[in-house]
Design a binder for this molecule. Structure first.
Ligand SMILES: NC(=O)c1ccc[n+]([C@@H]2O[C@H](COP(=O)([O-])OP(=O)(O)OC[C@H]3O[C@@H](n4cnc5c(N)ncnc54)[C@H](O)[C@@H]3O)[C@@H](O)[C@H]2O)c1
Ligand SMILES: O=C(O)CC[C@@H](O)C(=O)O
Length: 410
C-alpha cells in the first residue's frame, strides 16, 4: 500500500525498555527506523530526540509536558506502553493534533496477582520473617500471623484492576469491600462500602487502585491512615502520588499500619542504574518493589503488540480508536485513492469550510468521517484524486482558520 510519507522515513523513538514485541510489530508493518532506549532520557536529550521523531513510545517515567511537546514539531502520535497516561500532558497533545494511545487492559491481571500475593504475605508477617532470617535470626511463631480466609480486603478504586483483585481475593475466601467515586457493578459477593471511612474502618488489608488525577493526589494521608483499623495493612500499586509517604512512614513506626506493600513512589529512579531513595527503606514489615506491578513478560509482550499496532493503524489509516485524548474514529481500508486528514480546533463553521474546498476544486467526496471532542474536531475525507490534486487539497485545507494539522494518506 502506498502512503504519502514512506514508512521507511517515519522515525519511531521507543524509550524505557519498551518490549521487543513493539519493535517487531513496527518492523513487520514496514517501519524500519525504530530507535530504542532502555530508560527514560534526561529532559535536554528528550527534547533533542523528540524534535526528529514522528512517533514516540514511552512508559511511566517519561514526562511529556506541554514544553517538551512544543519541541516535537514532527510528532504525529504518542504511545504509552502502559495503562497510566498521567505522565503526558494529554490536553496539550490534543491541542497540537497528536493522539495518545495506551494499553488499558494488558497488564491488569499481572497487577492483580501481585496484590493478592502481597495481601497473603502481609497477613502472615512474611516480610519481617524474611528479613529476620536474612540476618541469621529464627523466630518460629504464629504470633501476628493470620489466614487470608475470612479477612476483609478493602479495594479503593474498583476499576479494571480493582475488580480482578476482588475476584481473586474472594476465591481465597476473603470478604471484599470496595469504594469508588462512580457507581460500580459488584462482582461476586463484593460489597460497596458506604464511604471511604466505612471501608477503612472494616478492612484488614486496604489496596489502592485509583488513577493519578487531581482528586487522587495525596488522597491517602494521615487522616485516612488514622481511620484504618489499628494494625491493618496497606498496599499501593497505583501511583506514588496517591499516598502521603511521610504519613505512612510515621504510621508504620507507631504500629497504626501493621505492614505495607508499596510498588509506586512519589519520586522513582529514571532507570535501573539510578539509586532508589525512600523514607520507607529499612522497615522490616514493608515489601518494596520497583514499580513492577505490570512488569511480567506476558503483560509487556502483549502491551508492545497492542500499542504498536494502534500507532501503526493511526499512521497508515488514520484510525484513532481508543485514543485517550482524541476524537475516536474507526476507519475502513481505503484502497486506490487518497485519504485526507484534517485536525482542527472545535469551532463553528470548520466543516462547511472543509466541504467548500472540495466543491471549489470540483473533487467528489467518496466518504467522510467526523468526530469531535470539546477541544478538537477530526475530519477524514476519502477522495478519488491524483497525487497532485491531493497535495493541492491538503494545502487548501491547511489554510482554513482553526486548522491544527493535516495529513494525506495513500
Ligand atoms: N504498579 C503498576 O505497575 C501498575 C500497572 C497498571 C496500572 N497501574 C495504575 O493503576 C491505576 C488503576 O488501573 P485500572 O486499570 O484499574 O484503572 P481503571 O480506570 O479501570 O480504574 C480506576 C478506578 O478508580 C476510580 N477512581 C478514580 N478516582 C477515584 C477516587 N478519588 N476515589 C475512589 N475511586 C476513584 C475510577 O472510577 C475507576 O473505577 C492506573 O491508573 C495506573 O496508574 C499501576
Ligand atoms: O510500565 C510502566 O512503566 C508503568 C506500568 C503501570 O504503572 C501502568 O500504568 O500501566
Amino acid at each position: 500500500m502506498k502512503t504519502s510519507f514512506p514508512r521507511q522515513d517515519i522515525r519511531v523513538l521507543l524509550l524505557e525498555g519498551v518490549s521487543q514485541s513493539a519493535v517487531d510489530t513496527f518492523h513487520a508493518a514496514g517501519y524500519s527506523q525504530v530507535e530504542v532506549y532502555p530508560k527514560s532520557l534526561p529532559e535536554d536529550q528528550l527534547r533533542a530526540k523528540i524534535a526528529d521523531a514522528h512517533i514516540i513510545g514511552i512508559r511511566s517515567r517519561t514526562h511529556l509536558s506541554a514544553e517538551v511537546l512544543a519541541d516535537a514539531r514532527r510528532l504525529m502520535a504518542i504511545g504509552c506502553f502502559c495503562i497510566g497516561t498521567n505522565q503526558v500532558d494529554v490536553e496539550a497533545a490534543e491541542l497540537a493534533g497528536i493522539p495518545v494511545f495506551n494499553a488499558p487492559y494488558s497488564n491488569t491481571r499481572s497487577v492483580a496477582e501481585l496484590v493478592v500475593a502481597e495481601a497473603i504475605m502481609l497477613l502472615r508477617g512474611i516480610p519481617q520473617k524474611n528479613a529476620e532470617c536474612h540476618r541469621g535470626g529464627w523466630s518460629k511463631s504464629a504470633l501476628g500471623s493470620h489466614e487470608a480466609r475470612g479477612k476483609t480486603l478493602g479495594i479503593v478504586g474498583y476499576g479494571h484492576i480493582g475488580t480482578q483483585v476482588g475476584v481473586l481475593a474472594e476465591s481465597l475466601g476473603m470478604q471484599v469491600l470496595f469504594h469508588d467515586i462512580e457507581a460500580k457493578l459488584s462482582l461476586g459477593n463484593a460489597r460497596s462500602a458506604t464511604s471511604l471511612d466505612d471501608l477503612l474502618a472494616r478492612s484488614d488489608v486496604v489496596t489502592l487502585h485509583v488513577p493519578e488525577t487531581p482528586s487522587t493526589k495525596l488522597m491517602f494521608g494521615a487522616a485516612e491512615i488514622a481511620a484504618m483499623r489499628p494494625g491493618a495493612h496497606l498496599i499501593n500499586a497505583s501511583r506514588g502520588t496517591v499516598v502521603d509517604i511521610d504519613a505512612l512512614d510515621a504510621a508504620l513506626r507507631s504500629g497504626q499500619v501493621g505492614g505495607a506493600a508499596i510498588d509506586v513512589f512519589p519520586v522513582e529512579p529514571k532507570g535501573n542504574d539510578d539509586a532508589f531513595e525512600s523514607p520507607l527503606l529499612g522497615h522490616d514489615n514493608v515489601l518494596l518493589t520497583p514499580h513492577v506491578g505490570g512488569s511480567t513478560l506476558e503483560a509487556q509482550d502483549n502491551i508492545g503488540i497492542e500499542v504498536a499496532a494502534k500507532l501503526v493503524r493511526y499512521s497508515d489509516n488514520g484510525s484513532t480508536l481508543s485514543a485517550v485524548n482524541f476524537p475516536e474514529v474507526t476507519l475502513p481500508e481505503h484502497i486506490g485513492s487518497h485519504r485526507l486528514l484534517h485536525l482542527h480546533r472545535n469551532m463553528p463553521g470548520v466543516l462547511s469550510k472543509v466541504n467548500e474546498v472540495f466543491s471549489r476544486e470540483a473533487i467528489n467526496i467518496d466518504g467522510q468521517y467526523l468526530r469531535t471532542t470539546a477541544n478538537v474536531g477530526y475530519v477524514v475525507i476519502d477522495v478519488a484524486a491524483t497525487e497532485e490534486q491531493a497535495a493541492h487539497l491538503r494545502s487548501e485545507l491547511s489554510k482554513i482558520e482553526g486548522t491544527l494539522r493535516t495529513r494525506v494518506l495513500y
